[in-house]
Design a protein around this ligand. Structure first.
Ligand SMILES: *Cc1c(COP(=O)(O)O)cnc(C)c1O
Length: 446
């Protein structure tokens, strides 16, 4: 039961706040949780109840809520410079962040262009790709290729390369048509096929398209290793290696949308590292500011940058957002990168992920789950539900039951996934696994 104070926050929010990705009427039955504060992996409501943030608040939080080191960096930055425009001006946080990110790609992606949210980073990559070809005299390259089940954001341009019918269908008439090619999702393997076989077949389908249309295609956009919004659809790194080779062979740009999979989620800082490739454009957002402030960016190669470098204004990339390169957000990102190095995070996450996988073994073996899978710090399985009506409400019922077990979990359709911040200790890992199992068994009815 909620206290009168807690109930008052809920009523006021439902009256005045239009919540994202929500059919508001569902809040007649699905609870809304007013958060009073956060600490580490936990969020607290006004009645002192706590919830383990097992999905990192929509995949953004890396080092816990109210992280002392990120807080200290932001407090310091607040007294120096909260914001200044980035056209004609520059500042230390944006310079240092650009340098450090470039260094993490071995300076292959040496230029950073900034925005505030992930969808805008995708828009930038699409526009830059088209414009780079145009500046090179290749005005016919106007089309984009995305994968089945792809998710790249929900602005009109990003939605055009997003293949999630629920998000896309209502706006179909507004969207530019993209080419949608096969997903390398390892779950689609036929009997006897390996994940690498699926990857190769998907790449073959892309090649067939490029053979026919490469002269009209500016770029292929992919979510490396894990198509998160599609339901944590994971693929073999061989897919990325093949796509890189195809893009080189057919003279098409490769855009890697690492908005969700970057910043260590898949077990390396950038997901592309696991395929030993670099794209022409790499989009980052979500975790890059530690989950503190809106920040996104697109990293590019020298060749792309050089295609715009000219005396003529119109050949430049005349794109901007008011808060481009915000110093506070960049400072949060610098503090985040410092923690990666100081705490040897990538290595320590290996032990966390291994323990979590082991603790989830009973769920992996449960007769009502399938496709238990993991890539780095992303773990997922699918609920086996035959009844369509039951399946349609599974996610909401699971979310509600999870709250009763002090967990924030929000399945995508029938896919239950864990994407926790990189701060869980052994006790929290074991508790997370045990509670996830209890919730699953409660919702599925044993
Ligand atoms: C979240 C996400 C986006 C969009 O980012 P927003 O900040 O929500 O606009 C784009 N691509 C991927 C892969 C994402 O996960």
């Amino acid at each position: 039961m909620n206290s009168p104070r807690q109930s008052d926050w809920i009523a006021r929010s439902l009256k005045s706040v239009w919540h994202p990705c929500t059919q508001m009427q569902h809040h007649e039955t699905v609870p809304l949780v007013p958060v009073s504060h956060g600490r580490g992996a936990w969020l607290y409501d006004h009645d002192g109840r706590r919830y383990l943030d097992a999905i990192s608040s929509w995949w953004v939080n890396l080092f816990g809520h109210a992280n002392p080191r990120i807080n200290a960096a932001l407090k310091d930055q607040l007294d120096k410079l909260e914001h200044a425009m980035l056209a004609g001006f520059t500042h230390e946080p944006v310079i240092a962040l650009s340098e450090q990110l470039a260094a993490r790609t071995g300076h292959v992606l040496g230029h950073c262009f900034y925005a505030s949210d992930g969808a805008s980073a995708v828009e930038i990559a699409l526009k830059m790709s088209f414009h780079a070809w145009r500046n090179a005299g290749q005005t016919g390259k106007q089309e984009f290729v995305c994968l089945k089940g792809s998710y790249h954001g929900e602005t009109i341009g990003a939605l055009a390369v997003t293949d999630v019918p629920l998000f896309r269908d209502a706006y179909g008439p507004l969207l530019r048509q993209a080419h949608v090619v096969a997903t390398p999702d390892a779950r689609t393997a036929q009997d006897g096929e390996s994940a690498a076989d699926v990857a190769r077949h998907a790449a073959q389908e892309l090649e067939t398209l490029l053979q026919q249309r490469a002269g009209h295609i500016a770029a292929v956009i992919v979510e490396p290793l894990v198509q998160c919004a599609a339901g944590m659809a994971m693929h073999d790194p061989a897919y990325l290696t093949e796509v890189r080779a195809l893009c080189d062979r057919y003279q098409v740009h490769l855009i890697a949308d690492e908005i969700a999979v970057g910043c260590g989620r898949t077990g390396t800082f950038f997901a592309c590292e696991q395929a030993n490739i670099w794209p022409d454009f790499l989009c980052l957002s979500k975790g890059i500011s530690g989950g503190y402030l809106p920040l996104s960016l697109v990293m590019t190669r020298d060749a792309i940058y050089d295609a715009f470098y000219h005396a003529d204004v119109a050949r430049g990339f005349l794109h901007s957002h008011s808060y481009t390169g915000n110093p506070l957000a960049c400072r949060a990102a610098l503090a985040t990168l410092a923690i990666f190095d100081e705490d040897d995070v990538i290595n320590r996450n290996r032990a966390r992920a291994a323990r979590l996988t082991q603790a989830l073994a009973p769920l992996a073996a449960h007769p009502r789950t399938s496709h238990f899978r993991r890539r780095g710090m992303i773990l997922a399985f699918d609920a086996v539900i035959d009844d369509a009506a039951e399946a349609a409400t599974f996610s909401r019922r699971f979310f509600t039951a999870a709250l009763e077990h002090e967990l924030l979990l929000r399945p995508i359709g029938r896919t239950v996934y864990l994407m926790p911040p990189y701060v869980l200790d052994d006790e929290e890992i074991d508790g997370l696994a045990a509670r996830t199992q209890a919730v699953f068994e409660q919702v599925i009815g044993k």
